[in-house]
Design a protein around this ligand. Structure first.
Ligand SMILES: Nc1ncnc2c1ncn2[C@@H]1O[C@H](COP(=O)(O)OP(=O)(O)OP(=O)(O)O)[C@@H](O)[C@H]1O
Length: 614
């Protein structure tokens, strides 16, 4: 069972040389696409954004075009509403004002409809994006999920998507309106005077160049903001979840300081990004003032030469306000856009991460029912960047056998069962069930035939019955009760005030540790697997519950193949066979009685068990 010499030659470096075999990729991707490519990919991922965009854009054009009615009306009233004698032509003025008011009402209705359509489209699109990202998080292996704090992962699906939403609903809208407004204002200004229009654009060229220069810096700054926000949410989430441990160890102050650090880092990143973006605003205002002054001076000179009428010049100045507005708004839109792009990059990063544990799906093998045979064929494993923790394991487990896995802490027991349940794939070698490589078994078949009961089974904040039914949603109350009885737990269930309706609280906190284990066992029983993998809980329970757990375990494993990481001597004693792990290898194998009689790792473990329970 010893590893080939080449296997032991190196503990790090290139994948091929890694002793545990090629090391799994386990980090979430960071999308490195450019801004436009990111937006394009983001939009493609949520087709709802583009759906019905045509009519929305038409409404935006109508809403924007309507705004120019006021300058045109003013020009008309000044130039044509006053007759040659200097008296106002009231009929013309009234008609112009009425037309102006009518157009403004239509404009407002168009703007309202555009907003409603845009909100509807963005909300649907973001819901799709969130669903896709969330599903993908579930497809990633536990190793990949663990590479990022849970809270940070949640942030990518919530806060980062929210940031995109802010842009799409406000910034995106403003962008459409602003571009439209800029185009319409420019066109109309050119109708009144192309010379003055050219002058205005020349004044604003430095602003556009400055904005371009700023774009790269803002992009980096906002990616940092999104990352710091993710860290902060991760730290806060972890702290809230671990509140009882923090209190128990009196480390509130230290923990609060850790959270403070992430909060302050987020603040610093935000301030830096805002400082950059705010630099543009005063610059833009200065340019607008210079532009206005230049137009007034040039316009008067042009007017003196007969190149522009008084009404046209006044209208031009009004139109300039419409022109300047989007220019001023550009920085804010820019901010939101950069923030959204950073959010998109992080969400895309999730979707770009290829699950390292792939489901062969339809092409996969479906395992037939019946007790499972398990074989480890030259299996080695090393966690990413770490040393070999399982070394050339070659073991077979006959169908229907109860196997206990024992060994010192860190000897590789958990790694062994993670490979057996395909939470990870071996670096080298194969894990076979009924002669089929686990990698070729369809997930649906694998999960139906194999159930893992972890040390601390996760309970959802619901009733006891709903938590048991999690394994088989269609199970009736009668089936649940029958399962509880068959596991010898009827008396325990009767003792609960609300029976199956008993609320378990968040993560099952309303139940005792032992009761949570019982729920996990009934849940596994309801799933009716052919291979049961158990990581025995280490928490101490009262003698009554201990008896119940042992009885339930005995009935649960009867007639099935089972592999249990045994922390209790009684479990090893009850097993048909014991596999003894030491430093990543199986060093002994046999029944409890055989192993106790031989000097070795098991006999030592047994001696220390006996001492600790004496
Ligand atoms: N996610 C991980 N990343 C890196 N190294 C890990 C990871 N999980 C376990 N290890 C390392 O792999 C080795 C074997 O760990 P494993 O959890 O399989 O041991 P174990 O026998 O189950 O221990 P215990 O009885 O304490 O649970 C240990 O040295 C451990 O530090």
């Amino acid at each position: 069972m010893s590893a080939p010499a080449a296997d032991r030659s190196s503990t790090d470096g290139a994948d091929e040389a890694a002793p545990g075999g090629p090391q799994p990729r386990n980090r979430l991707e960071r999308s490195r696409d450019g801004a436009i490519a990111t937006i394009r990919r983001g939009l493609r991922l949520s087709p709802e954004f583009a759906r019905g965009l045509g009519p929305t854009l038409l409404l935006a054009v109508a809403a924007t075009a309507g705004k120019v009615i006021v300058p045109i009306a003013i020009q008309q009233i000044i130039d044509r509403g006053i007759d040659s004698s200097g008296r106002p032509d009231m009929e013309f003025v009234a008609a112009t004002v009425a037309l102006c008011a009518g157009t403004l009402v239509v404009t407002m209705v168009c703007a309202y409809l555009m907003n409603v359509r845009l909100y509807r489209a963005t909300e649907s699109a973001l819901a799709t994006l969130r669903r896709k990202a969330f599903r993908h998080v579930h497809d990633l292996s536990v190793l990949t999920q663990n590479s990022e704090r849970k809270g940070s992962l949640v942030a990518r699906v919530t806060a980062d998507v929210d940031q995109i939403s802010t842009f799409m609903q406000w910034g995106g809208l403003q962008l459409i309106v602003s571009v439209g407004q800029l185009a319409v204002a420019t066109a109309l200004m050119a109708v009144y005077s192309w010379e003055l229009t050219l002058l205005v654009w020349v004044c604003f060229v430095p602003l556009l160049l400055g904005a371009r220069w700023l774009q790269k810096r803002l992009s980096r700054a906002y990616l940092t903001v999104r990352e710091r926000t993710g860290d902060m949410l991760g730290a806060i989430g972890e702290t809230v979840m671990g509140a009882s441990v923090i209190r128990a160890h009196g480390t509130e102050e230290r923990t609060a300081r850790r959270v403070d650090t992430t909060v302050l880092a987020t603040r610093t990143a935000q301030v830096k990004a805002q400082r950059l973006s705010m630099a543009v605003s005063p610059f833009a205002e200065m340019i607008a003032a210079v532009g206005n002054a230049a137009v007034v001076v040039a316009g008067v000179l042009l007017g003196l030469g007969g190149g522009i009428t008084a009404g046209e010049l006044v209208a031009f100045l009004f139109l300039m306000t419409l022109f300047v507005q989007p220019m001023m708004m550009a920085t804010e839109i820019f901010n939101e856009a950069q923030n959204a792009i950073a959010g998109w990059r992080r969400v895309l990063g999730i979707l770009d991460t290829v699950p390292d544990i792939a489901d062969p799906g339809e092409a996969g093998t479906a395992l037939p029912r019946g007790p499972v045979e398990v074989r480890f064929d030259g299996v080695s494993y090393a966690y990413p960047g770490g040393p070999t923790v399982l070394d050339s394991v070659d073991e077979a487990i006959a169908p229907g056998t109860r196997v206990a896995v024992v060994g010192e802490t860190g000897s590789g027991k958990t790694t062994f069962v993670k490979l057996l349940t395909r939470l990870m794939d071996p670096g080298r070698g194969r894990v076979l069930v009924d002669g089929t490589d686990l990698r070729d078994v369809a997930f649906s078949s694998l999960r139906a035939r194999m159930v893992m009961v972890p040390q601390e089974g996760f309970l959802f904040d619901s009733s006891l019955g709903a938590n048991i039914r999690f394994a088989r949603p269609e199970a009736t109350d009668a089936e649940l009760e029958a399962a509880v009885t068959e596991l010898g737990l009827a008396e325990w269930l009767e003792g609960l005030a609300h029976g199956l309706e008993t609320p378990v609280g968040q993560r099952g906190e309303s139940l005792s540790a032992g009761e949570r284990q019982l729920v996990a066992l009934v849940r596994a029983y309801i799933a009716d697997p052919d291979l049961l993998v158990l990581d025995e809980a280490t928490s101490a329970v009262d003698p009554d519950t201990e008896v119940r757990i042992q009885r339930a375990l005995d009935r649960l494993t009867r007639g099935r193949t089972s592999v249990a990481i045994a922390h209790r001597l009684s479990t090893a004693e009850a097993a048909d066979e014991v596999l003894v792990f030491d430093a990543g290898r199986v060093v002994q194998r046999g029944t409890h009685d055989e192993l106790v009689a031989r000097p070795g790792v098991y006999a030592d473990l047994y001696a220390s068990w006996v001492r600790s329970s004496a």
